[in-house]
Design a protein around this ligand. Structure first.
Ligand SMILES: Nc1ncnc2c1ncn2[C@@H]1O[C@H](COP(=O)(O)OP(=O)(O)O)[C@@H](O)[C@H]1O
Ligand SMILES: [Mg+2]
Length: 389
């Protein structure tokens, strides 16, 4: 992973004056696995389509290897796309689906169209079958394949032309969870074996963290943060990123000085610095970074309002002065018990206030859902009987 291969600078996109991408600046390195992550409608597919050449940005430039390619059509870019709907040819077998692109005559050095020799086609198709683990399936009709196998054929077909970049738009969306996990590992392996750049789109944060070298978090047509999975998780830049990636308690705080933040009128040591004195901030505390201690030893004291057994740990909801936190713990603290908590300086992450402040990070509603489920006075049949036929 070295030089920048693709650069979007100041790219915006509007449809009928509605801005759906707003000043996107993004550098994609050669051979990296980069993921565009964000909720539905945030502009991921539009960004991918600009890279693939299916859409021209309303303003801004897209560069490939130092050359401006705004007006270069898709088939003249060394970029291929795998769509969520695989669009395989149902009447062709696996081999011919993969060979399809290679059989189309291409202009040679003298401009005349030439076809690849059959041995070359065969060698390349067999190589791809090996890469996607489908050796022995050459003669199968694609309709006889499982979803995961069809996905592999689609990937082989996109890679057989040896693009420098593969674009993948939610390619695992149609697969069940177990298969998704297998294909995540498989895609990562293929990307490394082929040594090419993958630009991957998903709304699934776990998938993004598991596969990517770089994650680009988007919302509302804007990039919210670019970083490694660890950066994005440990150092979210605003409340949106903190909430979208993993679970987060997000609390109002005041930065009293470098390394000291005040929450609920109590001062906590933290590692953050560079804020103004007494600047209002958002403070992120991950559920797994909170230690439960006896009430009299706690930095904060609260009451457990809900407990959910999750196998590896308990998810407990704790009420601190009317604000509900999610805490993950391996020790059971029953509902109603009073507990104290301690947070190490590296378990606290301070963020600048943003347009997202106050929108996320409170677990009151989470807790109410469980209270309703646990409330014996609600008759289970009552809701259903309300449905009209
Ligand atoms: N061709 C189009 N015409 C009008 N609006 C579009 C078009 N393509 C996308 N949009 C709008 O742009 C926004 C971003 O869409 P998209 O990039 O597909 O989001 P995502 O892939 O993150 O779900 C959405 O609000 C969508 O409705
Ligand atoms: Mg999309």
């Amino acid at each position: 992973m070295s030089k920048d291969l693709i650069c979007l600078s100041g790219c915006s996109m509007a449809f009928d004056d509605v801005v759906v991408l707003d000043n996107v600046n993004l550098n994609i390195k050669d051979k990296e696995f980069l993921t565009l992550l964000g909720p539905s409608g945030c502009g991921k597919t539009t960004t991918l389509r600009i890279i693939g050449g299916f859409q021209t940005p309303t303003s801004g430039d897209i560069m490939f290897d130092g050359v401006r390619i705004n007006d270069v059509p898709p088939h003249k870019r060394t970029i291929n796309t795998v769509f969520q709907k695989y669009a395989l040819f149902p009447h062709l077998n696996v081999y011919e689906n993969i060979a399809f692109g290679l059989r189309i005559p291409k202009p040679g050095p003298d401009g005349k169209k030439v076809s690849l020799p059959e041995e070359e086609i065969d060698r390349r198709v067999m190589e791809m079958l090996e890469v996607v683990n489908l050796k022995g399936f050459e003669k199968r009709r694609v309709s006889q394949l499982s979803g995961g196998q069809q996905q592999r054929v689609a990937i082989a077909r996109a890679l057989v032309n040896r693009p420098k970049v593969l674009l993948l738009d939610e390619p695992l969306g149609a697969l069940d969870l177990k298969l998704r996990k297998d294909m995540q590992n498989e895609l990562k392996r293929i990307q490394q074996a082929m040594e090419i750049t993958f630009v991957y789109v998903t709304h699934d944060q776990e998938e993004a963290l598991a596969m990517s070298d770089t994650v680009v978090v988007m919302d509302g047509g804007r990039i919210q943060q670019i970083g490694t999975p660890e950066d994005i998780y440990n150092e979210p830049q605003n409340a949106f990123v903190a909430d979208f990636i993993g679970e987060s308690n997000i609390i109002d705080g005041i930065m009293r000085s470098d390394g000291v933040v005040e929450i609920f009128n109590r001062r906590f040591a933290c590692l953050d610095k560079g804020f103004d004195k007494d600047e209002a901030v958002d403070v992120v505390i991950r559920p797994e970074d909170v230690d439960i201690v006896p009430e009299d030893q706690g930095q904060l004291k609260g009451t457990v309002t809900n407990v959910t057994f999750k196998g590896m740990q308990y998810d407990i909801i704790v009420d601190f002065y009317g604000f509900k936190w999610l805490i993950q713990t391996t020790d059971l603290s029953p509902v109603g018990s009073r507990i104290g908590i301690k947070i190490d300086p590296d378990g606290i992450h301070v963020m600048k206030k943003s347009e997202y402040s106050g929108m996320f990070g409170d677990y009151s509603s989470y807790s109410e859902e469980y209270e309703e489920i646990g409330d014996v006075s609600i008759e289970p049949d009552e809701e259903e009987s309300g449905d009209e036929e």
